[in-house]
Design a binder for this molecule. Structure first.
Ligand code: ZN
Length: 93
């Protein structure tokens, strides 16, 4: 089943990259367990982040991205408070 342009599930429920077939998660309850995660200052998102986030928030704001471990396609991008203990993510049921 196609989840989005980059992610699909196989017949046994494994979540894989739609481009190269690499396993991203062992089940739909943990769909990106094997994805690569990268965290940088929010300004690394590019020219769309023009002001220092410290001007608007007391918490550190980060750019978080996940990638396929094989072909490195970007699976998700978010700008979020850095002290959040886990990545926000979707869960299939
Ligand atoms: Zn891939």
């Amino acid at each position: 089943m196609k989840i989005d342009l980059n992610i699909e599930t196989t017949g046994d429920g494994t979540v894989v990259c739609a481009h190269c077939g690499a396993t991203l998660g062992d089940s739909v309850q943990a769909p990106t367990t094997h994805a690569l995660r990268h965290e940088r200052p929010a300004e690394a998102a590019g020219p769309g982040v023009k002001a220092d986030p410290a001007l608007f928030a007391d918490r550190q704001i980060l750019l978080r991205q996940t990638f396929c471990p094989d072909c490195l396609v970007c699976l998700s991008t978010e700008i979020t408070p850095g002290d959040e203990p886990v990545y926000r993510q979707w869960v299939l049921s």
